[in-house]
Write a protein that binds this ligand. Structure first.
Ligand code: SF4
Ligand code: SF4
Length: 445
């Protein structure tokens, strides 16, 4: 059950947070009640209003004091207005999110200097990444954002560490800086976009970027289940005074919903049992065990579990801000109230229990370790990320569009395969079944 060697269920109950407190969540000293040394001086707190940002942290060498909760993917201008009213001052956007114009329409009515606006430019090998091409795209972003300058423009979705040295990109960024149109350069990575060649991990790409020296801010995937994946990068950023912002901070899935979908998939395929692989059965068994675990340890309050997941990353002093996707006012209420908070003991216990009982159902963001095992080059991690966009972030159209446009084999192939990727997963994720379910969701099959 555990992905720690030698940790069986009995040992877990004896040694885990359920038994002794912080337990499996941590060797990290900041989880053991220590104060965050990275907290920056803060504006006047407004404790009487839960819907106000209560903590601001210095974004590395930029020196900008950013709200600890920041705006990730937001497409509704009314929601974004409300976030700014709450004190959120870090606003993320991207060419590929199609939300730059929404951000532009909202920020043009605000005090521009009080905001930190970022956007992202995806760079792909084989495409035009010359200085001229990067300049043209950056100028389009400036136009969309209706602003004189961008605070940080990030190289986005980089697949290989060599790409961080793309001279065309850097030359374009330098020119924009000279013109006063750009203040800082950043990089974002959520792991594998592997379609043809073996993948490089998020840690490898971002370490290369930190050592390159030209990146001032990083946006990375990090959460309580895959903390190992980002911890080294966060520490390196601290050492180099690079600002850190997070995404994919919530790995809590809705197990009952997954069980329902499995039941439906089984029912839909009743007529072709001879071709139907046992993957759904394996997935079902893991989902059933996870559901029993959730009931036994009273983890069924999913909204609270998701809040605890955010509190977990806020408790890390190497984190400057957490980008959240806000779809509606409920999300504002859920996440803004977390500003200035830290993970409490009771929630530490619950996250530890969830990690022990349910993490085998979570395909780690920014992983991709199993991908070289797939004979069809199915981009496992990217497909599971699109599924996350659909299910956890409400970005249904965005997820389906990206899945449809995948320049690679899709997960329909997983239905008739012996599951090489699943055997290669060190975390025991029943990913073949998850991929197949993702295919059904993303293609409305
Ligand atoms: S299935 Fe396992 S190895 Fe593959 S990407 Fe997901 S967590 Fe990583
Ligand atoms: S189940 Fe088979 S086809 Fe699908 S990703 Fe894994 S190895 Fe590739």
């Amino acid at each position: 059950m555990s992905n720690k060697p030698g940790m069986n269920r009995r040992n877990f109950l004896k040694n885990s947070a359920i038994g002794v407190g912080a337990g499996m969540l941590g060797s990290s000293p900041w989880l053991l009640g220590q104060q965050s040394p990275a907290s920056a001086p803060q504006p006047t707190p407004t404790p009487e209003s839960p819907l106000k940002i209560k903590e601001f942290r210095t974004l590395g060498r930029t020196g900008f004091k950013v709200s600890d909760i920041s705006s990730g993917f937001v497409k509704d201008p009314v929601v974004l207005e409300r976030l700014l009213d709450a004190g959120v001052n870090y606003i993320d956007s991207a060419e590929s999110y199609n939300n730059e114009t929404v951000v532009g329409d909202v920020i043009k009515k605000r005090d521009r200097k009080s905001l930190f606006i970022t956007t992202k430019m995806e760079l792909k090998e084989g495409e035009d990444i010359s200085k001229e091409a990067c300049l043209k795209r950056a100028r389009k972003s400036l136009e969309n954002l209706k602003t004189d300058y961008i605070d940080c423009l990030m190289m986005h979705g980089v697949e290989k560490s060599a790409m961080v040295k793309s001279e065309g990109f850097h030359a374009a960024m330098q020119l924009l800086k000279n013109e006063g149109r750009l203040r800082f350069v950043g990089i974002s990575n959520h792991g594998s976009n592997w379609f043809v060649d073996p993948v490089e991990t998020m840690e490898k790409v971002l370490t290369a970027a930190a050592l390159d020296g030209r990146f001032d801010v990083m946006l990375l995937a990090y959460n309580f289940i895959n903390e190992d994946n980002g911890d080294k990068v966060l520490k390196l950023c601290k050492e180099k005074n690079i600002g850190t912002t997070l995404m994919k901070t919530n790995p809590i899935g809705n197990i009952p919903v997954l069980k329902e979908r499995i039941a439906k998939a089984k029912a839909d395929n009743q007529e072709v049992p001879e071709y139907y692989p046992p993957m759904i059965t394996r997935l079902e068994e893991k989902a059933k065990k996870a559901a029993e675990f959730i009931k036994q340890y009273k983890l069924e309050d999913y909204p609270r579990m998701r809040q605890a997941a955010i509190r977990f990353v806020l408790s890390n002093p190497n984190v400057n801000t957490v980008c959240c996707s806000f779809k509606n006012f409920d999300d504002i209420e859920s996440f803004i109230t977390l500003s200035g908070t830290r993970l409490e003991d009771m929630d530490k216990e619950k996250l530890s229990a969830y990690k022990e009982g349910c993490s085998a159902l979570y395909c780690r963001h920014a992983c991709g370790l199993c991908e070289p095992a797939c004979p069809h080059h199915v981009p496992v991690n990217s497909i599971m990320r699109f599924n996350h966009y659909y299910e956890a972030q409400g970005k249904e159209k965005y997820a389906m569009k990206h899945y449809a446009k995948l320049p690679a084999a899709k997960a329909d192939l997983c239905a008739n395969c012996s599951g090489h990727c699943e055997k290669a997963c060190p975390y025991g994720v029943p990913v073949q079944g998850l991929l197949y379910m993702a295919h059904r969701t993303l293609s409305l099959a």
